[in-house]
Design a protein around this ligand. Structure first.
Ligand SMILES: [Zn+2]
Length: 73
């Protein structure tokens, strides 16, 4: 990408995606994932600890089901 998107104009989900993509250290990723999870855009896979978006019912990384995805609560 040759252009840096303006975060203010993006949806929070997209903003988190870009921020995660730009995270340079594992610690940065962890912090961003925690923020994403707290505001409700991400969940963390219990198997591989990768962050996935809420609309996914399975981990995009390893395919493990989202905790509570099968439940209808
Ligand atoms: Zn996973």
């Amino acid at each position: 990408m040759s252009q840096t998107p303006d975060i203010d104009e993006l949806t929070p989900t997209t903003a988190i995606t870009i921020l995660l993509g730009g995270a340079e250290t594992t610690n940065e990723s962890k912090v961003l994932m925690r923020v994403g999870a707290r505001v409700g855009f991400l969940w963390q896979c219990v198997a591989c600890r990768e962050a996935s978006y809420l609309e996914r019912t399975a981990c995009s990384h390893c395919g493990a089901p989202r905790p509570g995805a099968a439940a209808t609560d």
